[in-house]
Design a protein around this ligand. Sequence first.
Ligand code: BTN
Length: 248
Amino acid sequence: MPPIIHLIETDSTNNYIKNLLVEETIEEGTIVYTNFQTAGKGQRGNSWESEKEKNLSFSIVLYPKRIKANEQFILSQIVSLAIADYIRFRIDNIHIDDITIKWPNDIYWQDKKLCGILIESTLINDKIDVSVIGIGININQTEFRSNAPNPISLKQITGQNYDIQYLIQDIQDYILDYYTRLQQHRAELALQYKNILFRNNGYHLYNDGKANFTARIKDIKPSGILVLETKDGEERCFAFKEVKYILS
Ligand code: BTN
């Protein structure tokens, strides 16, 4: 298996890998994880809250050179499926159906966020060259101080404490296993992703930046565009950041 590098502290594991890549080549699948990030990065330019030594903060490097720029969403799909599967099947006392993927790649337990993923890729022409995939899973933290709307940790769900070092190897397996399936089984993976989506069924509240509206998830396009359908049959398409889920 590719190496797993443990750092006591770093600014961000994504940044650490990106800086390392400037100086040397890194084996595909290598993971860097840390006990503490001083400047953990979240999506939308937010910071990522993670109490020292409590959670899993790590990044994995992939070279998916055959994936076209406009197909990048497949990486979100496989990584979120790998993490969701891992939690569903390897963590005791969690109900499988409670774990879903909130489009595009958050892992949810019921209506709370358990894990966030930040993918930073560089392109050469129209193909991906390097992807640094950063993953933060809330494990043993029980108080969240930032204004993140709805965080939750494994410990808050199951009442158990987890050994972080022990989890990381299994997670690497899960991610690399999904990664190897990517070339042959894209359609199957896309379907699997749709089936495990948060708010897969029924009508729910969304906000398009101007107003709330009620809709159901109709489809996810291969490009990652979310297709919602309102009750009067109108189809509305959204890229990431263009629509917010209103959580009760
Ligand atoms: C999100 O906002 O949902 C994405 C969070 C991603 C956090 C992880 S923690 C490890 C890696 N390093 C970072 O700086 N961010 C990602």
